[in-house]
Design a protein around this ligand. Sequence first.
Ligand code: AP5
Length: 226
Amino acid sequence: MSEMNLVLLGPPGSGKGTQGERLQEDLRFPYYATGDILRAAVREQTALGREAKEYMDRGDLVPDEVIVGAIGERIDSPEAADGFILDGFPRTVPQAEALDAKLEQLGRVLNGVLLIDADDEEVARRLGGRRTCVENGHVFHVDFNPPKRDGVCDIDGSELVVRDDDKPDVIAHRLEQYHAKTEPLIEFYDHRSLLRRVDGGGSPEEVAAAIGRTLATLKLEAGGTV
Ligand code: AP5
C-alpha cells in the first residue's frame, strides 16, 4: 500500500480530536485539525486568526476560502507525501470539492472518510464538560476523562480551560451549523463509497477499536497488509 489519506467527519464533540490524537500516534501520518490550526492562528494574531476569530466565537463556520488555502498547503507538503489525517475539513460541500480538486492536481485520492457519529444530547454532555490545554490543545473531560490534577494538563502541565465556543448557546449553534452545512457530506462521500461509519457513542477505547477495525479493512481494500 503506498499511501493512506483519511478524513475524520462528525458532529462537534463526537470525539474526532480524541481519536485523531491516537490515530496520529498509530499511523505516524501528519494530523491536520482545522480547529487547532485556526485557534493557533487566533492566539498568534495572524491575518488568518484575525479573520477567523469572530466566526469561531459565534459558532459559525469560517468562510470556505479562508480555510481551503491553509489545508491545501499542508496536503502539498513533503511530510504528507505518504498520507494524512484531516479533522474538521472538509466541513461544507464546496470545501469537499476543493479537496477533490487539490488531490486531483497532485495525482492522489482520498482512501476513506470515517464518520464518528454521536447524537446531539451526547455531544452537549461532552462539550459541556470538556477542558482543553492552552499550550497544545490536549483534551480532557471533567467526568469521562478527568486530568490527574484539577485544571492542569497531564501531558504538558499547562492550564486547562473551557473553550470560548463550549458555552451552551454556542454549542447549540455549532450543532445547527453541523446539521445544515456539514451533514450533506455524509451523502456526498457515501455516494462515492468512501464513507465508513463508526459509532462514536461508546467509550474512547471502544471507538478506537472500531476505528482500528475499519482501517484494517481499508488497508486490505487498498491492497496492503494489516
Ligand atoms: P473544531 O475545533 O474542529 O470543533 P468541532 O468540529 O466542533 O469539534 P470539537 O473539537 O468541538 O470536537 P471533537 O469531535 O474533536 O471532540 P473531542 O475529541 O474534543 O472547530 C472549531 C471552529 O473552528 C468551528 O466552529 C469553526 O468556526 C471553525 N472551523 C474549523 N474547521 C473549519 C472548516 N473546515 N470550515 C469552516 N470553519 C471551520 O471530544 C469532546 C469531549 O468529549 C472531550 O472532553 C473528550 O474528552 C470527550 N470525549 C471524547 N470521546 C469520548 C467518548 N468516546 N466518551 C466520552 N467522552 C468522550
